[in-house]
Write a protein that binds this ligand. Structure first.
Ligand code: DGP
Length: 117
């Protein structure tokens, strides 16, 4: 499994830095965002170090499918499945991606603001 020794999320996944983990499987780990933007704010993160969405290819089809497929399960566990939630996947400077390790934000527990920008 690829990892970047400088990457904060790789360190969290390896257990070298603490996190409030809510889910894990062979491909993904999910933990609470350290700066929550909503009552529920979970980051769903591939174990493999993929820097951003531009680095995702067809070879990552299983991982990509899993990334979406675990959302209903985590949302149900967090009690936000019925009322709904927002998924965000920031990419690059214009997307305001802060951590260069692919991750999906799961936000819920309140009605989100519109517009998204
Ligand atoms: P993004 O902008 O999409 O790259 O969001 C990165 C998120 O990661 C941001 O909402 C804050 C969160 N974050 C940054 N450092 C840490 C950390 O050390 N632990 C946890 N749990 N979250 C972090």
């Amino acid at each position: 499994m690829d990892r970047d020794p400088e990457c904060i999320f790789c360190k969290i996944i390896a257990g070298e830095l603490p996190s409030a983990q809510v889910y894990e499987d062979d491909l993904l780990v999910a933990f609470r965002d350290i700066r929550p933007a909503a009552p529920v704010h979970v980051l769903i993160v591939p174990r493999q170090h993929i820097p951003d969405n531009n680095a995702v290819t067809e070879a990552d089809a299983e991982l990509s499918a899993r990334l979406f497929a675990v959302v209903p399960r985590i949302a149900a566990a967090e009690g936000i499945a019925r009322d709904g939630y927002r998924l965000i996947l920031n990419t690059g400077p214009h997307g305001r991606q802060e951590i260069p390790h692919l991750h999906m934000h799961l936000l819920g527990g309140q009605r989100m603001q519109h517009p998204m920008g």
